[in-house]
Ligand binder design. Structure first.
Ligand code: IPD
Ligand code: CA
Ligand code: CA
Length: 273
């Protein structure tokens, strides 16, 4: 593993900072961003700034793209500078900020490393759950050092799924996820709403969820979990079965279940902004 011995301690350290800062966090102390449902705290910003500093010191030539401070977009085109590959850290300092603000356990620090728009390493640390997910391209996926795999069965009727509702937070009117939530809830064993997309996807990778979908995630939400899922044997596509995720939605599951789930998103169209 080329990055783990440097990356994992950095992510663990900043997750500890977030846990310490959480003691002073209340819903009232949180700020808002695009809408009053989209919360941000001083911990989100502090964690991202510390990650930016630590990663720049260890990998000075790598770009950084974070939810709170922006930066070089790790686009699929993947700008090649002077013929070199573009390595970009894709960072969500706290995924599950609403859970974090409410002092619920389901939140994490998510750091992915992409090269020309494709993931090469990913680290997700959920300190309250005491779980760290890690993957590097071609090296497998791990939770606390134990190899993980997606659940082998492929039947929707036997499945436990999860999703999120960022489309509602963004105020989408023409289409929202409630339609798919209601339809799939009738057909599967249960649908969970844990509040952290990175952990939702990591739970699919470790077989504790069978599948996950969402309509309106951002690259930093999946920056690390994309690779953890793929290295655990899962399939990740957009809601048309193609590769324009997360912009055109995202659907992750083991291969057979992914194919069955995809049939329920026929005709999906992302609303024009
Ligand atoms: C959110 C979480 C949530 C998902 C939202 C994301 P944030 O991330 O991942 O589960 O439904 O779409 O924005 O805002 O807490 O970093
Ligand atoms: Ca997020
Ligand atoms: Ca976040």
């Amino acid at each position: 593993m080329q990055y783990q011995r440097i990356l994992e301690p950095i992510v663990t350290m900043v997750a500890t900072l977030a846990t310490m800062m959480q003691q002073d966090i209340t819903p009232e102390s949180a700020g808002t961003k695009a809408t009053d449902k989209d919360l941000v705290t001083k911990a989100d910003r502090a964690v991202e700034l510390l990650l930016r500093k630590q990663l720049a010191s260890a990998f000075p030539d790598y770009e950084f793209y974070g939810e709170e401070t922006g930066g070089a977009k790790p686009g699929k085109a993947g700008r090649k500078r002077r013929g070199l590959n573009q390595y970009t850290w894709v960072v969500d300092p706290i995924d599950g900020t609403l859970s974090y603000v409410m002092h619920q356990p389901f939140w994490c620090v998510s750091v992915g490393l992409w090269c020309n728009g494709q993931p090469v390493a990913g680290c997700i640390c959920a300190p309250v759950l005491k779980e760290t997910y890690y993957a590097e391209k071609g090296e497998g996926a791990f939770c606390n050092g134990e190899r993980i795999h997606v659940c082998p069965h492929g039947k929707l009727k036997d499945s436990v799924l999860s999703t999120g509702f960022s489309c509602l937070r963004a105020g989408w009117k023409e289409v929202d996820n409630l339609k798919y939530f209601c339809e799939l809830s009738r057909l599967c064993r249960g649908v969970r709403r844990f509040g952290s997309a990175a952990l939702d996807i990591s739970y699919v990778a470790s077989g504790r969820l069978d599948g996950f979908w969402e309509l309106n995630l951002q690259p930093y939400d999946i920056g690390a979990a994309w690779l953890v899922l793929a290295e655990a044997g899962g399939v990740v596509t957009d809601l048309h079965g193609k590769t324009d995720f997360p912009k055109e939605g995202i659907l992750v599951a083991p291969p057979d279940l992914h194919a069955e789930l995809l049939t329920h998103f026929k005709g999906y169209r992302r609303p024009k902004n």
